[in-house]
Design a protein around this ligand. Structure first.
Ligand SMILES: [Zn+2]
Length: 393
């Protein structure tokens, strides 16, 4: 079982300099390899192999002009090539867009795949070439250290993510049972509505912070951008801090809610809609609210947490008309405008729009998962969301 743990680190001035050098070299190697791959592709219509790039890098380090690459941990530079390789693999599988060049002002990272030790009693992290970094181990971790990734955020904070491997295995998945399944409808008015009738209010952190962000961004436009003045840079950090604060609070909310769902409830299965969140974000009007409620992150966290606890996540296709269909009799209304929050079915039942939708999701997911007679017409089938069991972010 692989698990990742994230900790804050507090490097001193000298260590920060060394870290900056590592970030810079890792980014340089990534961009160099990407440029080389792109150029080769334009000429030959073929991609360069990782092995070939690796040999080029070794040769490059021996030249006088690039001797500075020798000052950093060589394993970290090879990791950059591995990350580019992964980015291309994801691109070939149509999971993501074409890899892009890394920028100096975005989040900086580099990985140490070997030779990292952790002194848990003195709270010190020892990396290759950088020893004795102050680390705050706010929680203990299990397993053997596999890879350690260092990150610097645009606002200047440092983190380390420790990927560990242990012999523990995921518990066997519990059988899908109707009475132990919770249907979850993700919405905009509420973050989530469950088939048990619970409504979780939407945490509109971004909306609240937008005003602050707008003011900070406006002040930034008045600063000297051309010469990248000190005041301009200071203002950039303020903007970055606001963004990071929103992201942290949002992630925290999702962690707490999923923990409550998975660890504290008796349910063994969760039925959700496959939202294609990315596709929906293209719709400008809804975009901000959707990104704000971050359904994608919710589904990812719910999936890996469920896997840890031997619980199922059942997803159904997004085109099931969950809002328009009666969960009890299966009758489907022709139209259901967004403003209609309550409606009466021909069978005599009165429905709360969202609670009914979550019940429909539950019914459909169970029918698909158990292979029962399909009560609601759909060409989609339930499938378990793949979870890698690794926390990120
Ligand atoms: Zn009905």
């Amino acid at each position: 079982m692989l698990k990742a743990y994230k900790y804050s680190i507090y490097p001193n001035k000298e260590q920060r300099g060394s870290l900056a050098h590592h970030f810079g070299c890792a980014r340089w190697v990534y961009n160099w390899a990407l440029a080389k791959t792109k150029a080769y592709y334009e000429q030959e219509n073929k991609h360069l192999s990782r092995r070939f790039l690796q040999d080029c890098l070794v040769a490059l380090k021996k030249t006088e002009d690039h001797a500075w690459l020798g000052d950093v941990n060589s394993q970290s530079l090879l990791s950059s090539l591995f990350h580019l390789h992964q980015a291309y693999q994801n691109f070939f599988k149509k999971r993501v867009r074409m890899p892009k060049f890394k920028k100096k002002h975005n989040r900086q990272t580099y990985a140490c795949p070997q030779h990292v030790t952790l002194d848990q009693t003195n709270q010190r992290l020892h990396l290759p070439k950088i020893k004795n970094i102050n680390i705050r181990l706010h929680r203990s971790f299990e397993g053997k250290i596999k890879t350690v990734t260092l990150t610097k955020t645009p606002s200047g904070k440092y983190y380390t993510s420790i990927l560990t491997e242990s012999n523990a295995t995921h518990p066997a998945l519990a059988p899908v049972k109707k009475e132990k399944t919770i249907g979850i409808d993700l919405g905009l008015n509420h973050f989530a509505i469950t088939s048990q009738g619970e409504k979780i209010a939407s945490p509109k952190f971004l909306k609240k912070s937008l005003k602050r962000l707008g003011i900070n961004q406006k002040i930034r436009t008045r600063k000297d951008y051309k010469n990248k003045s000190t005041n301009y840079k200071k203002q950039c950090i303020k903007v970055a801090k606001t963004h990071e604060r929103v992201a942290n609070r949002r992630y925290d909310f999702i962690q707490q809610y999923t923990a409550r769902l998975v660890c504290e409830s008796q349910a063994t299965s969760f039925a959700v809609e496959d939202l294609h969140v990315k596709g929906m974000i293209k719709n400008r009007k809804l975009a901000r609210s959707i990104a704000d409620s971050s359904w994608g992150t919710f589904l990812r966290v719910l999936s890996y947490k469920s896997k840890w606890h031997g619980k199922n996540v059942l997803t159904i296709g997004r085109f099931v008309a969950s809002s328009k269909t009666c969960h009890a009799c299966g009758h489907k209304e022709k139209v259901m405008p967004l403003q209609v929050r309550e409606w009466d079915c021909v069978c005599g039942l009165s429905h709360d729009r969202d609670i009914n939708a979550s019940k429909v999701i539950k019914k459909q997911a169970i029918a698909d998962a158990l292979g029962l007679s399909v009560c609601i017409k759909s060409s989609f089938t339930a499938k378990s969301v793949s979870a890698d069991g690794v926390t990120r972010g």
